[in-house]
Design a protein around this ligand. Structure first.
Ligand code: AHR
Length: 524
């Protein structure tokens, strides 16, 4: 939460003196005439930034699962039980906290029993939402749980409300979580898994206002109550149930669910909001400053929507018992020319990295209510972190933001105040600078800074109050062009490097943020 006027709340005695900088090794007074001042209240942190805000989403869509994670055990691409080793290593590198699966729209036409047992005997289906391709169900429940174990991540399973049944979802929970003797636990054992996995996070349907059944909010709220009732807690595992939430700015959906679903039955309420212009999505890489500005404007607008959904939740749930779960977000452009329109494959540029960094800064700021978020989607789909092609793999600028920002996982959010200069284009303005700060379990402060202005560097002075840290180091992600991106031919066009344009003196950290850059500082 931002403090309105922290100067009034904090006496000068709280101001710290930062003595030296480990990178430059000098100390000097703050420069005059700085454009932007950020006051970080290092002694005011109360809320934890759940690591689950840094979650991911992978659907049976295009080449996210097939070719992205799953190559099969017979593949020459290095794999463990059919799952690509390079992808697992890359995702372990960013400490992926959770993975939402199997959809998305696919979830509400997926019948989980088709994806268990011997692969050769599994029935095939048509993936009607995504390209009309045949889904052979070779990647099912056991493969997904193996993937999560290899990644060291928590599964988030989205059940089928749209075309499934209460019994089907109830049995899926039993199959995954029941330890004793029961039809589903016995079936799991027949399929080679003795112990239950103990899956905690369950989505009860997806976009049930649209692809998940075109329901009214009232009808879905009633359905949720039925489905959630029969998703049982087994053993010590208490389920965390997520109600399928609103589309973008549909506040009536949020209000109706908060009103009609008893809060003891709902741990989280979701929201989906993509950064896109549905009527004219545009290219992921072929754009000028007008489209650059427009995408960032739309991204920043999501903040207002999050705040309005949160305000409704506060009204019905002032004690904060129901979390906001922002389980689909990210950029959505036209597919790359020549690719299957149903596969949603788009490139990923520095512009996407800025969208990710801006969004994550805001989710950190609202961590009191927002406890989980999932960018869409991890591999080869929409705002992907990873591209694969045959045996090749490349990491996108968005991946590198997640790598830089992993320092915020489960850290204490430090309130800050920021008066940003404007980024102006064609007479319209956006705040150019965004920031977020946290303190980790070792007492180290991290500050993530974003400058979206594509033409101007911005000097920032950080006034860190209530701490006595002495050294600063940092990393930066920047690019030569607005649309710079990584490709299989040039995988390191946009990668983080050490950041040296930082000076420390008299309680102030001074940073020169280059145009269109993301900087993460470590202050210890
Ligand atoms: O992420 C792609 C799709 O976007 C998901 O399947 C759906 O939930 C949303 O509309």
């Amino acid at each position: 939460m931002y403090l309105e006027d922290p100067m009034k709340k904090l006496p000068n005695a709280f101001a710290i003196t930062l003595l030296s900088c480990c990178m430059t090794g000098w100390s000097q007074p703050a420069r005059e005439g700085l454009q932007t001042r950020i006051i970080i209240n290092a002694d005011q942190g109360q809320e934890t930034i759940s690591r689950h805000i840094y979650g991911h989403f992978s659907e049976h869509l295009g080449h996210c699962i097939y070719g992205g994670y799953w190559v099969g055990t017979d593949s020459e691409i290095p794999n463990t039980n059919g799952i690509r080793n390079d992808v697992v290593e890359a995702l372990r590198g960013i400490h992926i906290p959770n993975l939402r699966w199997p959809g998305g729209c696919f979830a509400d036409e997926y019948h989980w029993m088709d994806g268990i047992g011997p692969a050769s005997a599994r029935p095939k289906m048509v993936n009607t939402h995504w390209g009309g391709v045949t889904e052979d169900n070779s990647f099912g429940t056991h493969e997904f749980m193996d993937l999560c174990e290899q990644l060291g991540t928590e599964p988030v399973i989205c059940g089928n409300v749209g075309s499934g049944s209460v019994q089907e979802m109830s049995q899926w929970v039993e199959y995954l979580n029941f330890e004793g003797i029961s039809p589903m636990a016995d079936l799991r054992r027949v399929n080679g898994r003795e112990d239950p996995w103990g899956v905690k996070f369950w989505g009860v349907g997806n976009e049930n206002w649209g692809c998940g059944g075109n329901m009214t909010a009232e009808f879905y709220a009633d359905q949720y109550r039925r489905y959630a009732t029969f998703c049982r807690n087994y053993g010590g595992n208490r389920l965390y149930k997520i109600a399928g939430g609103a589309n973008s700015e549909d506040y009536n959906w949020t209000e109706t669910l908060m009103k009609n679903i008893p809060h003891r039955m709902m741990d989280g309420l979701s929201l989906h909001y993509y950064t896109t212009n549905w009527g004219n999505k545009g290219s992921a890489t072929q754009f000028g400053e007008e489209q650059y500005f427009e995408v960032l404007r739309r991204c920043l607008r999501i903040r207002e929507a999050l705040d309005r959904h949160i305000a409704i939740m506060e009204r019905y749930d002032p004690d904060n018992n129901v979390d906001l779960v922002f389980d689909e977000w990210g950029t959505w452009y036209d597919v790359e020319p020549g690719t299957n329109p149903g596969f949603l494959f788009q490139q990923n540029s520095m512009r996407d990295a800025l969208v990710a960094a801006l969004t994550l800064n805001y989710l950190n700021d609202r961590c009191e209510r927002i406890k989980m978020a999932n960018i869409a989607q991890t591999i080869n789909v929409l705002q992907a972190l990873i591209f694969t092609e045959g045996e090749k793999m490349v990491l996108t600028p968005t991946y590198h933001v997640y790598d830089l920002y992993k320092v915020h996982h489960d850290a204490t959010m430090l309130p800050l105040s920021l008066d940003s200069p404007d980024y102006t284009f064609s007479g319209r303005t956006l705040p150019a600078v965004s920031a977020s700060a946290s303190r980790d379990e070792h007492g180290v402060i991290h500050v993530s800074l974003v400058n979206i202005d594509p033409g101007k560097p911005i000097s920032v002075s950080l006034d860190i109050r209530g701490a006595d840290e002495k050294t600063v180091k940092g990393k930066i992600l920047e690019s030569s062009e607005m649309n710079s991106h990584n490709s299989f031919e040039n995988p390191t066009e946009v990668v983080p490097v050490d950041f040296r344009d930082v000076k420390v003196g008299k309680g102030i950290v001074e940073v020169n943020l280059p145009a269109r850059s993301v900087v993460v500082l470590e202050i210890s």
